[in-house]
Design a protein around this ligand. Structure first.
Ligand SMILES: [Fe+2]
Ligand SMILES: [Fe+2]
Length: 347
């Protein structure tokens, strides 16, 4: 006959673990990598963080396209720094995903095989220099609106990564605004170029918030888990309300004849979004889908030697750290600082 162990020695059952998880989420405590979490919570986070990380690194491409053609050294330096920031954001996010038990290799393989997504916005081309401004103002602007609430996400590593990312994104948004402001107040041709870029990027930016709430598959559960804090439509509305006065200060218009202030709602009404276009781009039929993923795969293959070298170096360091301490190095007479090099001395 066996005796049941005292309660404090028993490992908690699934329902106890689940209750503790729910209580932690309800109390606004952070869930950390070693904490128990439901499988579906983990899977949702992996999907979301991976998609976010992929968007950061694929998002480097449309703007990097203009680095060699930036109109001044100052603009070039700013753009290089911005594109580099995006690589850093990818790094923070892949690291956050790894705390959930997936490897970066696995996630990149899925991206390259088309089994994980990145934001549809990066499948649009950057046709003129003004697109760099429109991306900063609108695309980084939409990203901030989406991401600031993620700083309070229930999963600790994701929330902490977002704090740093949002700080950098707000610089990105300001540089885009400043670039468009300069063009808008420049020559007639520059103003027209800025307006054309805003006309092309406005609607895809609104699509960045995802499908409308009644068609958003993951929203309700993500909000219950406090991964997400606001619905897609709420965030989209917030973004429109922020952009309208900014467009006026820029001296540019937004390409929507239905855009107007609604006194009753206390928000701007805006026109219908072309969700067919959104789903076409998601299905891979956007203007640059193929080009973006081809370039990503090529960059990954070209970087193979760097990964190999870094792994070999890590193995060597680990081996050195576990080596038993050997005899002390033989003492020899010190070499004069400026001794003639005859091939016998090593450094
Ligand atoms: Fe970013
Ligand atoms: Fe950015």
């Amino acid at each position: 006959m066996t005796t049941a162990p005292p309660a404090e020695q028993r490992s908690p059952g699934p329902s106890e673990l689940e209750r503790a998880f729910d209580a932690a989420v309800a109390a606004e405590e952070r869930i950390e990598p070693r904490d128990w979490m439901p499988d579906a919570y983990r899977a949702t986070l992996v999907r979301q963080i991976a998609q976010h990380a992929h968007s950061e690194i694929i998002g480097m491409q449309p703007e990097a396209n203009w680095i060699t053609r930036a109109p001044s050294l100052r603009r070039k330096a700013i753009l290089i720094a911005k594109v580099q920031d995006e690589a850093g954001h990818g790094l923070y996010l892949y690291s956050a995903a790894e705390t959930l038990g997936v490897s970066r290799d696995e996630l990149l393989d899925k991206l390259h095989a088309g089994r994980q997504r990145y934001s549809s916005i990066f499948n649009y081309p950057t046709l003129t220099w003004a697109d760099v401004g429109a991306i900063g103002w609108l695309v980084d602007g939409a990203a901030i609106t989406n991401q600031v609430p993620l700083c309070r996400c229930s999963y600790g590593p994701y929330a902490r990564a977002m704090v740093r990312i949002c700080k950098e994104e707000s610089f990105h948004q300001r540089q885009g605004y400043e670039l468009l402001l300069a063009l808008s107040h420049g020559t007639e041709a520059q103003h027209a170029m800025a307006q054309d870029a805003v006309d092309r990027w406005w609607w895809p930016s609104l699509m960045m918030f995802g499908p409308p709430d009644d068609r958003s598959a993951h929203s309700a559960q993500s909000m219950a888990w406090k991964i997400k804090r606001h619905s897609n439509d709420e965030l989209r509305q917030r973004f429109v309300d922020i952009c309208v006065p900014q467009a006026a200060s820029l001296g540019l218009t937004l390409p929507d004849p239905d855009l107007r202030w609604n006194e009753q709602r206390g928000h701007h009404d805006f026109g219908a979004i072309d969700w067919d276009e959104f789903s076409q781009v998601l299905k891979g039929n956007g203007p640059c889908n193929e080009q973006r993923i081809d370039q990503r795969r090529r960059a990954h293959d070209d970087g193979a030697w760097v990964r190999e070298a870094a792994s070999a170096h890590a193995v060597k360091r680990r081996a050195r750290a576990t080596e038993p301490p050997g005899p002390p190095p033989a003492v020899s007479s010190p070499t004069p600082r400026h001794a003639p090099q005859n091939g016998a001395t090593t450094t």
